[in-house]
Ligand binder design. Structure first.
Ligand code: GLP
Length: 252
């Protein structure tokens, strides 16, 4: 089942998403959170930091597993997703860094690293709540449109459109890695609950195709239609091509 919430704008989306994640931590202080990177979750992480600073949230027992990491970038590279997570969340809350996990994009054997990561998620007891953004082409994590849904953490070749979209965060497009390690669609689907956030007009087609179109590996996020507990929080712009009538929340 998918519940879609319409938020007025990016700020309202971020606030609502932070409340959602905070409620998970309050409900189960030692929960396993699946976390995402990208521009979209930055506001959410800011609100979570604020809740921690206000003494309303305790991360001391929380475990985290991130969706993906660029191949070839070490954790101290400012463009790596490990660096992103430290910068926007982990360095500012009372989480134990040893309980935070991101794939190692510099591992000698990338294949073994993928297997290790998948086992790690299992050993933690699985993901309680997985946060997702969405790519303009409907990708989740770095699972790109394909002929079949990926099952487990794997090495992914990034599409031209993803490299193009993500190049804005690099000095030059030639510096954007062409490969990444990412949880598979199957890994994501094994999370008990999923929260997907989206903002802005660039996400309109991806949101419409994912939740109102056919279930197809050509739109990786469309697999979420088969999950039993998905919440989408998106702003008005991102939802502009979805018919929600006058409702601020619908179930599809
Ligand atoms: C990257 C990440 C995704 C993210 C997507 C959208 O490709 N691997 O997890 O959802 O970008 O990013 P943004 O939120 O910046 O639009």
């Amino acid at each position: 089942m998918i519940r879609i919430y319409k938020a007025k704008d990016y700020e309202a989306m971020s606030h609502m998403a932070a409340d959602f994640i905070a409620s998970q931590i309050i409900l189960k202080p030692n929960c396993v959170l699946g976390l995402a990177t990208g521009t979209t979750p930055i506001g959410t992480y800011n609100w979570l930091r604020k809740k921690y600073e206000d003494g309303r949230l305790d991360f001391s027992e929380v475990h985290t597993v991130n969706l993906d990491e660029y191949v070839g970038l070490a954790g101290d590279d400012p463009n790596s997703y490990r660096y992103f997570m430290n910068t926007y969340l982990f360095d500012h809350v009372n989480i134990d860094k040893f309980s935070t996990h991101v794939e190692d994009g510099t591992a000698k054997s990338l294949k073994k690293e993928c297997q290790r990561y998948e086992k790690l998620i299992r050993s933690l007891g699985g993901v309680d709540l997985q946060l997702l953004g969405i790519g303009n082409n409907g990708h989740i994590g770095f699972c790109e449109p394909a002929d079949a849904f990926s099952r487990v953490t794997h090495i992914e070749n990034l599409t031209e459109s993803t490299i193009q979209a993500n190049s804005r965060l690099f000095e030059d497009i030639s510096q954007v890695p062409t490969r990444a390690l990412t949880m598979g669609v199957g890994t994501i689907m094994r999370a008990r609950r999923i929260l997907l956030i989206a903002s802005g007009s660039a996400k309109q087609d991806a949101i419409r195709d994912s939740f109102f179109g056919d279930i197809t590996p050509r739109v990786p996020a469309s697999a979420l239609q088969l999950h039993q507990d998905v919440t989408v929080i998106a702003d008005e712009e991102a939802l502009a091509k979805c018919d929600m009538g006058d409702d601020d929340v619908i179930v599809v």
